[in-house]
Write a protein that binds this ligand. Sequence first.
Ligand code: APR
Ligand code: PHB
Length: 395
Amino acid sequence: MTAGTTQVGIVGAGPAGLTLARLLGARGIESVVLESRSRDHCEHRIRAGVLEQGAVDLLRAVGAGERLGREGIVHHGVSLQFAGGRHRIPLSELTGGAAITIYGQTEVVKDLIRLRVEAGDPLLFEAEDVALHDIEGDRPRITYRHDGRERELRCDIVAGCDGFHGVSRASIPAGVLRVSERDYPFGWLGILADVAPSSEELVYAHHERGFALLSLRSPTLSRLYVQVAHDEDIGEWPDERIWAELQTRLGLPGWTLAEGPILEKGVTGMRSFVAAPMQFGSLYLAGDAAHIVPPTGAKGLNLAIADVELLGEAVAAWYERGDRSGLDGYTEACLRRVWRAEHFSWWMTSMLHRLPGGDPFDVELQLAQLRYVVSSPAAATTLAENYVGIAGRRA
Ligand code: APR
Ligand code: PHB
């Protein structure tokens, strides 16, 4: 057994873990990041792509703003489509100038990994059998295997940034966590296509055959989704069927959806999930390890970054001034924003998807709500404030 020590042991090299590592490094706090997958795997997982201004600001502050500034695409509006019409929600006009930036989570992760590696700070890929020990006290340990060797890392604090299926949340003793969750009886089939996006801004479409979303990754790459069953077999979806369904759900007279080679496709289930408290002893959970939102509000990545902004500050206050208040109040501070995003994501999801087993009453309620959102400045502002993230920051 090879033993090592650090100040903060970070489990998981997703946006949460990598951003936290940068935040801590900027304050002179040492960390070791342990990631179970390979670097190649982490850098090629296709995930979300909408950043709130607060997330962009934080990534800039930790030095990860250079390519983001060059390649990120700033959007000032999104559209809702239903009943044969497309309606723009002018996000910036409604929020005193706030905007969103389109930049793939995959790119955020690549940038953060490169920074960490260039700085020569410890980031271990393919760390196997990561296990947490003694987290109830103030001398936690993390054991793992790397390069065929059993290792132990002693630290002051463990940051559980290992996503929904990680080991961190599962290390908290039974009975401590309260879980609130909702499963949705549908999923999204997503594609990345080598074709210029047919709309400059995102289009969220309500359609009798189910939800569809037009998004993008760059001026030459489209990202599109259609609502499918939660356990949909991707094998049932040859490319022609995907395009035909997208054409039907997103089509409008006088507008065509351009098609191109599909580079990647996959199905994701949808779920809302919150585990509280987000801390136990010297373990602090951040991002998907503690909470999941359905993707309809584009909040997952932003919540992960917002959590570690708080956690980084709390850890720094403790090391620099012995002030534990940020650490002690971490759960409460995070959960206010988390629940705002949980509500928003659930609301967008419920308003836009075809509900299996739903009846005409459900559909009329959705359409009434959609008409209200696009016709009332008050209702549109509610959507806009949540979408750009200022509602969450105020929560
Ligand atoms: N040991 C070490 N690392 C692990 C383990 C483990 N046992 N289990 C999982 N991991 C790693 C994963 O391989 C992944 O790289 O933890 C990382 C978690 O990263 P994410 O899942 O991206 O989670 P997070 O950083 O919280 O970011 C949330 O990701 O899923 C999206 O919609 C979500 O956009 C949101 C974002
Ligand atoms: C995406 O581009 O992947 C995306 C955009 C908006 C969402 C979800 C996903 O709400």
